[in-house]
Design a protein around this ligand. Sequence first.
Ligand SMILES: *Cc1c(COP(=O)(O)O)cnc(C)c1O
Length: 343
Amino acid sequence: MTPPPIDLRSDTVTKPAPGMRRAMAEAEVGDDVLDGDPTTRRLEQRVAELLGTEDALFFPSGTQANQTGIALCTEHGTELLLEGNAHVVHYELAGVAALSGVQIRTIATPDGLLTPELVRGALRAPSPHVPRITALAIENTHNVAGGRVLNSAAVDSLIRAARDARLAVHLDGARLWNAAVAAGVTPARLAQGADTVMVSFSKALGCPVGSCLGFRTDKRARAWEIRKRLGGGMRQSGILAAAGLYALDYNLDRIVEDHENAKRFAELLSDSPTVRPSAPESNIVMVDLQRDGATAEAAAARLAQAGVRLAPYGPRRLRAVTHLDVSRSDVERAARIVVETLG
Ligand SMILES: *Cc1c(COP(=O)(O)O)cnc(C)c1O
């Protein structure tokens, strides 16, 4: 019998474990749209505490929470600054334009890491002839850049640059848990100074569904209204929020293992002349194909046949993401398969 493939395409492929499913089954629930769901409220309060925001709201997806945060931070007919390869730029279906009437102004970086100098360089002198910029959005960790981490000093300097220009700041923290572990600080430290903060439960934390948006209490009614309009009002959402609470209890402290496994994976690939792995800072390894004519699509297909799934992330680039459902030995086996198959 061939073992099931080792799935490193994304940290979203994790399946809820028995303990999580039990917590979900036993969750105390109410109608969250009508008069509140007690488990959802507990999760929101816990997340607000973890992020150091006054309040938080539970969302069905990170995309919806990002779009709501951006709507709160911007004004119709103005611009939002973003790193050029941000998730909001490439993977949210022009939601910022479609939903908030906001134009994205991208900032190119060599490595996904914004700097205050680059932010200042993207600002425009006030003029009746040019769009006003209302907000900056930061992604931490940065997915397309290979899980790169902005440490607290880098975040502070970006937020200061934004404040100096009177910009609101949205933090896309789909992998903020990973960023905090990698930077050796609390999630609240990396969220400090941001107006709105998105975090996900369906990535590193192994939940089936769910994200939260943190914000100041005076934004709650407006955030609730936007979420409802986007179709994100959920009824007995405590079933889902219970998974988040379980994950914060049991899955947060082990994220460091994912980072060690990513390093191990990259280390095992580094001797092969046919692939060049990135140096992972968190749970993502980008693998660049070195052989003439090699394509990511063809390589991914051959690897899947051989028992490892990686995600094509460019014409000659594959992405590997470590997560709760892959062990150290899975990752080592996966690396050996990659070296043998593409060698
Ligand atoms: C996955 C992801 C999102 C969106 O989350 P979904 O729950 O898939 O909608 C947003 N930002 C980043 C950086 C992500 O990796």
